[in-house]
Every structure is written in C-alpha cells, then in structure tokens.
Design a protein around this ligand. Structure first.
Ligand code: ATP
Length: 347
C-alpha cells in the first residue's frame, strides 16, 4: 500500500545552523505520529516543511503519490493546528468553524452544516452561538480543532496544541483528541516535547535529536528497545549497566555475572527500573541476581523508587506501592534481573 505521506532525505539549513539532516519518514493514512524531541531538535521545522511554510534545501515530500515539495500551503491536502488557537474573537464559534469552507466558496447553509458536523465531532455541538471568550481553554482548543478538520483534510499537523493547557486538562484532552482522531480516520502528525504525551497518544513515535531522526517505532519499541542512550534517557528512566566482550558474539554484564548474545560494539545493557525485582529467598529459575544496598528511598505515591548501590553502579528500582518502609536506606537487598528485560545499546 502506498503511504499517505513520504518524506525523503529532507534537509534544511538556517544560515550556519543545520536544522534538519536527511529526514526520512513515511506515514500511513489514519496513522497518529508524534514528533518527539528536546527544544531546538527540528520538530517545528519539519512540520513547517510538510505544511509548505518552509521549503527544504533538498529532498522530497510526497503526499498520495504527488510531489508537493514546492507546492504552496493552500494546495496541500492538509491543515495545521497551532499552539495558539487564533480564533476570531468577534465571530461566533459556528462562524469561526464555517470560515474556511466559506472562503473556499462553499455556500452559507452548506458551510454551516459542515461546521455543525465538525463541532459535533469535537463534542461542542451546543456551543455554536457562543463567542470564543465564553469558552474554557480546552473548549477553545477543540474549536481550533473543529476548524482544522471541517474541510476533511487527509493529514492534520498539530504543533504542541495542548501545551497552553494545565496538566489535568491536558491529560483529558489527550484522551479526547485520540478518540476524535480515531473517529475521523485522519492521519495526525503531532509535535510534542512531552514523552508521556507521545506515549499516550501515538501509534508511532519519531524521536528527533539535533536535526536527525534518532528512532522511529511504536511507543513500546521506543521504551523497551531504544537504539541509543539518548532515546533511552529521553523516554523514561534507564539503568545503564556496562558490558564487556566475553567471547565472539557475547558480552558479560558488569554485575550479576550474566552473559548475553550481542552484536559487535555493544557498550551497555539498559533495563527499566520496574524491570529490576527485589528477590526474597531463592531466586526463580532464569533470574540472575546481584547483591546491593538501598541508599535512598524516593516515595512518590503509587510507585516507590529505591536507589540501590551495586558495586560501582547506583541502580533505580521501581516497586508498586509504598514499599519504602519495607526496605529503608541501609537495607541489604538482592536484585533480580531477567535477561529478556535487558536491552543492549552501542552508545
Ligand atoms: P521547540 O520544542 O523549542 O519548539 P523544535 O524542535 O520545534 O523546538 P525548531 O523550531 O524546529 O525546533 O528549530 C530547530 C532549530 O532551528 C533551532 O535551533 C532554531 O533556533 C533554528 N531555527 C528555526 N527557525 C529558524 C529561522 N527561521 N531562522 C533561523 N533559525 C531557525
């Protein structure tokens, strides 16, 4: 099947700054893609190239088989939702949403009918007669979304659309936006620097770093099998355990005496804090163990993180519940490692 969008070797430079380097990405119809990365890594620049507000220096952008690299923004079958909603303050919500179709030459009645549909979809069917200032921040964001989908684009670009909302509302809007996207079947490319947001919403995450694509994968691939230390650290808390060559195609972990098959050049094994267990009594089959001492207990609600000294390493161990009282600082513990939970990284 032909992808909806193909980005092929796109590069973009601003004076001395290389903002995008050889970006390749293909997006299927109806897919939810998150562009994730630290400030300045090129997310917005990539989005603006797709939207047509910026022209890449090299490479191609193809939508539905058509090369649109140099097409003006309004000739592209897509729309953009920005962080600022930019609603017209003096127009009703309905007129704000009907504005696009009206400008495209659609008659008033038809434009209003389409606007009503779009408002229904975002759960604001009753709000048409109101002015934008009579809505909450979350509702205004949904009007901006209705305005962007009213012409049924194949692709919607969203640049940190939830970042102006407070945390609680933001979490709720993430769920709503995901439902709306599924209902519409429109592909979304969603820029965020919030890894939890990307994990919660996206079918696939594109992790960017310094103008490059670092990794593309499903949230669980990105979390469980990061290709680099950068990705491992950007999408959660990694424990990085050094490894040494132990023979052809094998490495040995610095702790627990564990040996693993490995490709050349692997430097450390990554394990998430929730994948290290504390063993009481005899270790179950297949679990490698290492002795440690609890150095610190960070009690943070439903999860407790223990910082455990193990040789030269300090490892984070996350446990469900408030188990800080069971293993206070100074307690000797036995760490349990499951080989399948270890993921080797080159750098
Ligand atoms: P943020 O999360 O902070 O929005 P971002 O990943 O979206 O960051 P971009 O806005 O794409 O980053 O910027 C990438 C780099 O290119 C930055 O270093 C930025 O300063 C630079 N840049 C972006 N636009 C321009 C421009 N018009 N002229 C010069 N430099 C620019």
């Amino acid at each position: 099947m032909q992808p909806l969008l193909s980005i092929e070797s796109v590069s973009k430079r601003f004076a001395a700054h290389q903002a995008l380097r050889d970006i390749d990405l293909s997006v299927d119809a109806g897919e939810f893609i998150a562009l994730l990365g630290p400030s300045g890594c090129g997310k917005t620049t990539l989005l603006r190239c797709i939207a047509g507000f910026l022209m890449p220096d090299s490479g191609r952008i193809v939508i539905d088989g058509e090369n649109i690299t140099s097409a003006p923004p309004h000739r592209r079958p897509l729309n953009t939702v920005f962080q600022s909603y930019a609603l017209f303050p003096h127009m009703s919500v309905l007129d704000n949403v009907a504005y696009g179709p009206r400008r495209a030459g659609v008659g008033r009645a038809e434009a209003h009918a389409r606007a009503c549909d779009a408002l229904d979809l975002v759960g604001l069917g009753e709000m048409g007669p109101r002015l934008p200032r009579e809505l909450s921040g979350g509702q205004q964001q949904r009007v901006a979304l209705a305005r962007a989908i009213v012409n049924r684009p194949k692709l919607l670009l969203l640049d940190e659309p939830l970042s102006a909302l407070d945390l609680k509302l933001r979490r709720r809007m993430q769920v709503e936006l995901k439902h709306i996207q599924e209902k519409l079947g429109i592909a979304f490319i969603f820029v965020t620097h919030d890894q939890e947001e990307a994990m919660a919403m996206a079918d696939r995450i594109v992790v960017m770093n310094a103008g490059r694509v670092e990794q593309i994968g499903t949230p669980s691939q990105i979390y469980r099998a990061p290709v680099s230390r950068f990705v491992a650290e950007f999408v959660g808390e990694p424990n990085l355990i050094p490894v040494q060559q132990a023979g052809p195609g094998r490495v040995r972990l610095a702790i627990a005496g564990l040996e693993l098959p490995a490709a050349d050049g692997m430097r450390c094994a990554m394990v998430r804090p929730e994948d290290i267990s504390l063993i009481e009594g005899t270790a179950p089959d297949g679990i490698a163990t290492a002795p440690g001492v609890v150095e610190e207990v960070l009690a943070i609600g439903p999860m407790t993180t223990l910082l455990v000294r193990c040789g030269d390493l300090q490892l984070k161990v996350a446990r469900l519940g408030m188990s800080g009282t069971e293993f206070p600082a100074g307690s000797p513990v036995t760490l349990g490692l499951r080989p399948a939970a270890l993921h080797l990284i080159a750098e």
